[in-house]
Design a protein around this ligand. Structure first.
Ligand code: MN9
Length: 288
């Protein structure tokens, strides 16, 4: 399971209902146009933490039905409702997802024993593999090198989606765990992470900018750092504009400009103003 993996967006209609047709179009755009190597389903980018259990299952179902065996599929099942996580883990495993992922449990400041119990409970309930989803800037949960080592003692825990700018920790992880999979989570830091020898990257902007991400990753692997840096510069011009304008909304507007029915974000995420919608269109024309 390597390469550039899209953190998949989900299309919602104006009332916040899942738009199945739009979701299928987003999947097709990722596979046919961005040509990414896999899809990470129900992550932050999928607005997962605002969905009901039934809706999460619906997304898992639609994605598997559309993508079939075409690409690698990772199901994010993490939730601070551990029972829900286990239920989703079983559901996604039965559907045929090749790996699971779970965000570190957040909000209650769980201690490490609790975090470890959470991961082992989820993955030991199913015949599948687990990728830890570490995103300290949103969860407030930091996992140390020694703690990763302890989690990785469970052979079913095969890797980590590392969404952090701590390149010292990333380098230590690469050296310490040569056989675990390490995915970078910040698209704007893809080159820096690639140079350290990651196995791939999982990101939101790949929904529209997947081709450049693949180039950065491949060039870095070939040692062509200067060429990769030029592409990262353009990529980051785009990403910084996307972040200023409203991350998920802007990616959806870019998709719409490409003819993909990407819809709206789920409330409480807001609707873009007319000005920002127009700016998103400009970005689409300028960069993609
Ligand atoms: O999963 C994404 N993280 C979030 C990774 O959306 C919270 C990233 O792809 C970022 O959206 C992206 C922009 O900062 O790097």
């Amino acid at each position: 399971m390597n390469g550039i993996i899209t953190a998949l967006m989900v299309s919602f209609d104006q009332d916040g209902n899942i738009n199945e047709k739009g979701l299928r179009e987003i999947i097709r755009y990722n596979l046919d146009v961005c040509k990414v190597d896999g899809l990470y389903v129900n992550g932050s980018t999928g607005e997962n933490f605002m969905l009901s259990t039934e809706e999460k299952k619906e997304v898992f179902r639609i994605v598997k039905d559309e993508a079939k065996e075409e690409t690698q599929l990772i199901a994010q099942v993490g939730s601070i409702n551990l029972r829900e996580s286990i239920d989703l883990a079983k559901y996604a495993t039965e559907l045929g997802y090749g790996a699971l992922s779970a965000v570190t449990p957040f909000y209650y400041k769980f201690d490490f024993e609790e975090i470890k119990h959470y991961y082992n409970s989820i993955i030991n309930a199913v015949d599948n593999k687990m990728i830890i989803y570490s995103i300290p800037f949103l969860t407030g949960v930091n996992i140390s090198l020694d703690q990763f080592a302890e989690l990785f003692e469970n052979e079913k825990i095969i890797g980590v989606k590392f969404t952090a700018g701590d390149f010292y920790l990333l380098e230590r992880m690469r050296k310490t765990f040569p056989n675990k999979l390490i995915y970078a989570g910040f698209d704007e830091m893809l080159l820096s992470a690639s140079v350290l020898g990651i196995d791939g990257a999982i990101g939101s902007t790949f929904n529209v900018n997947g081709q450049r991400a693949k180039q950065i990753y491949d060039l870095a692997k070939e040692g062509k750092v200067e060429e990769a840096r030029e592409i990262q510069h353009v990529t980051n011009d785009l990403i910084s504009d996307i972040l200023d304008n409203g991350l998920y909304q802007t990616i959806k507007e870019i998709l719409k400009d490409k003819g993909v029915d990407a819809g709206y974000c789920r409330q409480p995420m807001k609707v873009l103003s007319e000005e920002k919608t127009a700016f998103a269109k400009e970005l689409s024309n300028k960069y993609l």
